[in-house]
Design a protein around this ligand. Structure first.
Ligand code: PMT
Length: 401
């Protein structure tokens, strides 16, 4: 985080706390941001004050906390205007289901909702609620509305909830939120740079019911897409079947088979400055997928498999290729296979991971192979690893410009 701060030009954040148990995490978020030199103005709803006191927030932020439109700090009772003008971004953390509903409908019945409505700066919202409340059609409808209105939604994440239930609805941890806020304030170093990514598995049909696929979840590719978006890049994400939602701001192209992925890459590659092949593409497809379901018989079944096009090989072999980054997932001999793969594919950078630790997992460790040698990106959650990988890619890409 230290280097990020040096690049931040704007340094004022309004932190809104609403009435949920995760309000206590607002204290830690404030501490982390203040330590980075950010000025924090805290505004609390009446309900938030039941969970954590304004005195605590004032002590951590070093500024008087606003709790009411009719409060003591502004003589003209125009706090909703003055506060929303004196900040570079507003973050609501935690944002309750009720507050999200208010934002989605433009309600303004307290200071925090009023200043959100009056704002002329970006709004970031970190939901925190019980999983049933998060999954309810009403909340999901409200979230879709906020996304359509240009609001950035941070999380929530899966895990154990204060009520004892397990599921989606936990607020992101303060460290993650602080990182997002700092990145959000940072100048967009990849503004105007176009990324093309492949992610996830491919699915090769055998018949209408069965197919050949692999255990790639898409998490690594989607995390890289997210990291590129954070730096202001334009991202086209060509994805095989996954259970993930597209990172906000990416142009998602859904495909199923390797042939479809190849076709989509051919269609979009001319525009790309950087191509990152994260997908676990099936090496083979079934020569003649059956139109009808294959019936079981007592004998064996032989399927003829034909090789799929090498998508990365095709892109790196173009007369004017984008900057190409390949991946290699190996179960053994990682260094040897990865270095060979980089040479065969003729690419400047290859990221290698151990398949048994990487595929489907939330964490990853990468070893990068480039002309300068090997570089380890230590084990961390995939978004953290993706951000470090992006930094490496950007450095190499800028050297070649
Ligand atoms: O999706 P996750 O669950 O998060 O898991 C991430 C991952 C383990 C799948 C990812 O990090 C990874 O390593 N992806 C590459 C998988 C792999 O081993 O690919 P490969 O060795 O088959 O191919 C090497 C490179 O060529 C890859 O960049 C691949 O995308 C590309 N390729 C391969 C075959 C093909 N027909 N076309 C390609 O473009």
């Amino acid at each position: 985080m230290h280097s990020i701060m040096e690049q931040i030009q704007t340094k004022r954040i309004l932190l809104g706390l609403t009435g949920g148990i995760a309000a206590y995490k607002g204290a830690e978020l404030t501490r982390l941001l203040v330590n980075q030199g950010i000025q924090i103005q805290v505004v609390m709803t009446e309900a938030a004050c039941h969970f954590i006191t304004p005195t605590t927030m004032q002590a951590l932020s070093g500024k008087p906390v606003f709790t009411s439109q009719w409060g003591e700090h502004t003589a003209d009772h125009m706090a909703h205007i003055s506060l929303s003008r004196a900040t570079d971004a507003i973050i609501i953390a935690p944002a309750t289901a009720d507050f999200i509903a208010k934002l989605a409908h433009g309600l303004a019945d307290d200071l925090l909702s009023t200043l959100c409505l009056a704002r002329n700066c970006p709004l970031l919202v970190a939901p925190a609620m019980n999983r049933q409340m998060w999954e309810s059609p009403a909340t999901q409808r409200n979230i879709r509305q906020l996304v359509a209105d240009g609001v950035t939604i941070l999380g929530p994440v899966n895990g154990t909830q204060a009520c004892g239930e397990e599921g989606m609805g936990r607020m992101q941890e303060p460290t993650e939120l602080a990182h997002t806020v700092l990145t959000f304030l940072k100048p967009k170093s990849l503004s105007g740079v176009k990324f093309l990514l492949t992610a996830g598995p491919t699915y090769e049909a055998i018949d209408p019911v069965r197919g050949i696929t692999n255990r790639s979840s898409g998490k690594m590719g989607y995390a890289i897409a997210q990291a590129a978006l954070e730096l202001g890049a334009e991202v086209t994400l060509i994805s095989g079947p996954t259970a993930l939602s597209s990172p906000h701001g990416a142009a998602l192209v859904n495909v199923t088979s390797a042939a479809e992925m190849f076709e989509a890459v051919q269609k979009h590659v001319a525009d790309a400055d950087i191509f990152i092949a994260v997908a676990a593409v099936a090496d083979y497809h079934v020569a003649q997928p059956r139109e009808q379901k294959i019936k079981k018989s007592s004998g064996g079944l032989t399927l003829e498999l034909l090789p799929n096009p090498d998508i990365l090989g095709y892109v790196s072999g173009l007369p004017k290729p984008p900057f190409c980054v390949g991946f290699a997932a190996e179960s053994h001999n990682l260094h040897e296979y990865a270095a060979t793969k980089r040479k065969i594919k003729k690419i400047p950078l290859l990221a290698a991971n151990l398949v048994q630790q990487a595929i489907g997992a939330n964490d990853n460790e990468l070893i990068l192979f480039d002309d300068a040698g090997e570089h380890v990106l230590p084990r961390a959650d995939k978004l953290t690893v993706a951000r470090a990988l992006l930094q490496h890619i950007v450095n190499l890409y800028r050297q070649g410009e």
